[in-house]
Design a protein. Structure first.
Length: 80
């Protein structure tokens, strides 16, 4: 079970790092004014944060499902 959590943490770190790296590269290669660039970067960062929150919620739900299944199996084991 910890392997799955380690994978999820690694994915999340990579996801956030990739989003930040993309936003940073946008600053260097965008042929726009500073104000326009800041607006775009802000929007992209908000998207990354929203996706991260969605991923976090998904992990939380999966964890709760696994916990419920484990408790169910534990109860079945006690009956046997």
């Amino acid at each position: 079970m910890s392997d799955g959590m380690d994978e999820a943490k690694g994915f999340m770190k990579g996801f956030i790092f990739g989003g930040l790296l993309g936003a940073g590269l946008l600053l260097f290669y965008a042929p726009r004014s500073g104000e326009e660039t800041r607006k775009i970067v802000r929007e992209e960062i908000e998207k990354v944060i929203a996706k991260g929150k969605g991923f976090s919620e998904s992990l939380k739900e999966k964890g709760e499902e696994l916990k419920a299944k484990a408790e169910e199996l534990k109860a079945k084991g006690k009956k046997s």
